[in-house]
Ligand binder design. Structure first.
Ligand SMILES: Nc1ncnc2c1ncn2[C@@H]1O[C@H](COP(=O)(O)OP(=O)(O)OP(=O)(O)O)[C@@H](O)[C@H]1O
Length: 269
């Protein structure tokens, strides 16, 4: 199966700090891939490279198996890769529909649109409502300003926008970090619905219960690179934590090994 989005040997240095140190990555069609790792492990940098927000010093990125060179976030978007950052990038004073189509407004058909660049608000509102309904996001009115929404609803609007325009993958950076239990549950349900529509989701998260609830596979990132990919079916949370901290390593045969014994057998060198 050709991965939808993949990377090999990515490197990014900031002066003397190596944020990405030869990282590999792969998300497959129709899956939710969680990316986990300690603070500073380089998860955000990796995701920025995959979404065009950062240009790697070395390595290659592929979409559907073809090498791509993103010069900026717009390039990644053109390939159908949408990213939801923690700040959500919403315009608070504008309504939900306007936010869904932010910087991608639909112009009025005919002269009004061509000459006066008038936006087709009726169409955008109907389309925004359709997407929210499809994803099960409830709001009072599509015409209400985003600043009147709860944190979970705002997250919902940002994710719905990504799902509406993404054709290859939706990347989410800690979507439940600022949310309560009920709202987090809704975001997880939303991720599940996006997966059901066949769109792969890359989920960066520190929240192990959420990761184990929703992910098909878990990419573990440590010291700037991928140290293993495991599944919630075959591995426990404490094993994943062991990989994150470096107490465990994933051997080539797929078995986990404690680092002290790995060092003894020469694997840790
Ligand atoms: N613009 C930058 N300039 C200098 N150093 C940076 C920059 N961005 C990231 N770094 C460094 O690169 C390393 C990886 O950072 P990154 O934010 O990618 O990690 P992370 O795994 O996302 O961490 P967290 O979970 O805390 O967000 C860190 O040491 C960080 O200080």
């Amino acid at each position: 199966m050709v991965p939808t989005l993949s990377a090999r040997g990515l490197v990014k240095r900031y002066g003397r700090v190596t944020a990405i140190d030869g990282a590999d990555f792969e998300v497959r069609p129709g899956e939710v891939l969680a990316v986990v790792g300690d603070n500073g492990a380089g998860k955000s940098s990796l995701i920025k490279a995959l979404s065009g927000a950062l240009i790697p010093d070395a390595g290659e990125i592929r979409v559907d198996g073809e090498v791509v060179h993103f010069r900026g976030p717009l390039d990644a978007r053109r390939y159908g890769i949408e990213t939801v950052y923690q700040d959500l990038a919403l315009a608070p004073a504008q309504d939900i529909a306007s936010n869904m189509f932010l910087a991608r407004e639909k112009r009025h058909p005919g002269l009004l649109g061509k000459l006066f660049r008038k936006v087709d608000q009726g169409w955008m509102r109907a389309e925004a409502q359709r997407v929210l309904d499809e994803l099960g996001i409830a709001v009072k009115s599509i015409a209400q300003p985003v600043e009147t929404l709860s944190g979970g609803q705002r997250q919902g609007v940002a994710v719905a926008r990504a799902a509406a325009f993404g054709t290859k993958a939706v990347i989410m950076d800690e979507p439940t970090a600022a949310l309560g239990v009920a709202e987090s549950g809704k975001v997880l349900a939303l991720i599940d619905r996006i997966r059901q529509r066949g769109l792969p989701v890359v989920l960066i998260s520190h929240n192990m219960p959420h990761v184990f609830e929703i992910a098909d596979r878990i990419h573990v990132h440590r010291l700037g690179r991928r140290v293993g990919v495991v599944t919630p079916r075959e591995h426990s949370m404490s094993q994943v934590v062991g990989l994150i901290t470096g107490a465990l390593v994933l051997r080539e045969d797929g078995d986990l090994e404690e680092v002290s014994s790995a060092v003894r057998t020469g694997l840790g060198e």
